[in-house]
Design a protein around this ligand. Sequence first.
Ligand code: UFG
Length: 333
Amino acid sequence: MSILVLGGAGYIGSHAVYQLMDQGKDVVVVDNLETGHRESIHPEAVFYQGDIRNKEFLRTVFEKESIAAVIHFAANSLVGESMDKPLQYFDNNVYGTQVLLQVMVEHHVKCIVFSSSAATYGEPESVPITENLPTNPTSAYGETKLTMEKLMKWTAQAHDVRFVSLRYFNVAGARETAEIGEDHRPESHLVPIILQTALGQRPHITIFGEDYDTPDGTCIRDYVHVEDLISAHILALDYLLENGKSDIFNLGSSQGFSVKEMIAAARTVTGKEIPVTIGDRRAGDPSILIASSEKAKQVLGWKPERTSIDQIIQDAWRWHVAHPSGYGKVVKK
Ligand code: UFG
């Protein structure tokens, strides 16, 4: 039996495929390669190129392969872009998940681990954020992730399907061997932008606002290493396959770093100057997001091992130095 990884050519999905294969699991990858990269797909994984909104395509995959469970990363994931293209985000993320759940029900595949986001909370009432806080997304992206969770909740009630939804905080770092890493087009995430600046590919990094109500005035986030994040997915998979009930868990390292602290840490790790300019606030950015991941620790037995910010940046840096153009300059259709 195989694990089906949807979006297995993306940043987080490709790390999942590598870790599953490290553990000797059979993996089937589905990706439409719109934002994913063919080069990031594990060479020994079975790969189908196609779109999860295409029900006939997805049915073919479920018919040809023997699927034990699904890990679902296939989604558009840029907060800013979602504000300009909400309909694209709802179509790809929500409708895609609806088709997936229909095909899972048809084929009696009962377990799904789902890639959700801290963006489901919006501006939190309090930190650290626990799973029972209200969900009030401030972006179309966050709203799609919350809607996808609701689709799974109602499907689980009506059909014999169970889900674990993992709400990620700020994912960073790369596989230690640097074969795969983070490469978004366009890039909007803090750590890769800092490191592209360290490589001299950008003249400076713009800090989006230094007038927040935080000790140094810049936003505070909870950075979690992608490899730790993936180990939680594999625990969630085992939990579901052992009949665990549907549930939602936050994944973060439960420590906050400001934008300025991240830049300072990157200067230490890279030995580069990393010039900075101060810009306006970015619309929709909450000032502080820090996870409580106690529930994932208690219920799933998750133990993040790479919580040092220097190690997260070091692993990301190794990837950027080894692949200064990311996965290459191929123009994607
Ligand atoms: N930032 C800058 N300059 C930049 C890029 C980012 O100052 O050039 C700041 C942002 O304002 C923010 C912090 O760095 O304060 C982190 O920004 P990212 O874009 O890296 O990450 P976000 O916190 O905006 O978003 C992350 C995930 C999303 C998820 C969101 C949940 O990338 O997928 O957390 O709120 F939805």
